[in-house]
Design a protein around this ligand. Structure first.
Ligand SMILES: Cc1ncc(COP(=O)(O)O)c(C=O)c1O
Length: 394
């Protein structure tokens, strides 16, 4: 595939690096007719109760300068939320507000890892973790997950991957890129493994609000014995459609948070005051439940439309239990996913990421996001069908 002359140089040269590959495709998606089903940032508007309260704070010149760890009121509101909704035993000292969850990922790895430490990462993965782990001298060790199991994480697979260098296990539930979730029972079993082998668990729960059908989100830090060994990551980008405002948070034991604060002091200083005001309004506003439920209903409808259209096209996908993605098996087309994504962009004007954006070996999958209106989704999948039919290897 890498030598395929149909694929331009800008794609070929980054084909082995998931993050760079996704960015290269996004940079090529400049045509105004492109329907973007690539990124995972909500296309819906930030709820008006958040915008109005934030505008009012700006008008009244009430944008605070934040301490490094975040505004005390916001840290405390986040701790309350984690207690109330996720069953975590935390208070505000256990919370740091970050400039998006992305910064949280970087800071936590710097504090957690020493050179040579291994981090277990379910495969496929959100590759933005790679650089954070590598820059701290850590090494990723992949744990296989599979389609038949809807990409749920298997406790036996976790235990098999443990060595005397294993420091931590990363869990992303609901998952980017598969839309799978790690079920409560599995998390409880995995927690026992973490305790037995003295592992830290990093639990990325940024998609927690978006689970579908009867699936439930569960936080591993709430299992007895796990609060002292879990680092929970979350943020406002997905739940409140606030990606541009860049607010995330990490909850962990106090000493660990203090380690993160020391590094944050010399990087961004603090998350932006205006964004923290928005986050505080988001999480304390009376309308929050209704706003999130409204989003969830919209995503559930889009998800159904996409499932129906993919099925009609004869493409199989993993059960999308949560998040914004349909992890779609494209191997029946006979076209490697990196090439297929390029063709879909060039010929069909649809931006869809190849599975290889989430691990080099996923050339038989596409990650299709539901972050467009149902009309656009239908249109995109029609275009996709035309491209697939033209290029299908028979
Ligand atoms: C699994 C996962 N974690 C963390 C993030 C970081 O999000 P943000 O920096 O917008 O909070 C993302 C963003 O796409 C994600 O998919």
């Amino acid at each position: 595939m890498i030598n395929n002359p149909n694929i331009p140089e800008e794609i070929r040269k980054v084909a082995h690096d998931g993050t760079a590959l996704r960015y290269a495709l996004m940079e090529m998606a400049t045509h105004p007719d492109v329907i973007a089903l690539g990124r995972g940032d909500p296309d819906l508007d930030t709820p008006s109760y958040i915008i109005e309260a934030t505008q009012e704070a700006i008008r009244q010149n009430k944008i605070p300068v934040s301490p490094v760890a975040g505004l005390p009121e916001l840290r405390s509101a986040v701790a309350d939320k984690l207690k109330r909704e996720n069953g975590l035993a935390v208070d505000s000292d256990n919370v740091i507000i970050t400039t998006g969850g992305q910064e949280g990922v970087f800071l936590l790895m710097q504090v957690l890892l020493n050179p040579g430490d291994e981090v277990l990462v379910p495969d496929p993965r959100y590759t933005s973790y790679d650089q954070a782990i590598e820059s701290a001298g850590g090494k990723m060790v992949m744990i296989p997950t599979d389609h038949e199991d809807a990409f749920n994480l298997r406790p036996e697979a976790v235990e098999e991957a443990i060595t005397d260098k294993t420091k931590a296990l990363l869990i992303v539930t609901p998952s980017n890129p598969t839309g799978g979730i790690v079920t409560r029972k599995r998390l409880e079993e995995i927690a026992q493994i973490a305790i037995k082998h003295n592992l830290i668990v990093i639990s990325d729960e940024i998609y927690e609000k978006f689970v579908y059908d009867d699936w439930e989100h569960f936080s591993i830090a709430s299992v007895p014995g796990m609060e002292s060994r879990t680092i929970t990551l979350n943020g406002f980008s997905k739940a409140y459609a606030m990606t541009g405002l860049r607010v995330g948070y990490v909850a962990a034991p106090k000493d660990f948070i203090n380690g993160m604060i020391k590094i944050k002091a010399v990087t961004s200083g603090s998350a932006a005051g205006v964004s923290q005001v928005a986050a505080l309004n988001a999480i304390t506003g009376a309308q929050q439940k209704e706003a999130i439920e409204g989003f969830r209903a919209i995503y559930a409808e889009r998800r159904q439309v996409m499932m129906d259209d993919l099925t009609a096209m004869g493409l199989d996908y993993s059960d999308p239990r949560g998040a914004f993605f349909l992890w779609t098996n494209s191997s029946s087309t006979g076209i490697h996913a990196t090439e297929l994504s390029y063709l879909l962009l060039k010929e069909g004007k649809i931006l869809i990421f190849p599975g290889t954006g989430f691990g080099e070996q996923w050339g038989g999958y596409l990650r299709i996001s539901i972050l467009q209106s149902t009309d656009k989704i239908r249109e995109a999948l029609q275009r996709m069908e035309t491209v697939v039919n033209n290029y299908r290897v028979r």
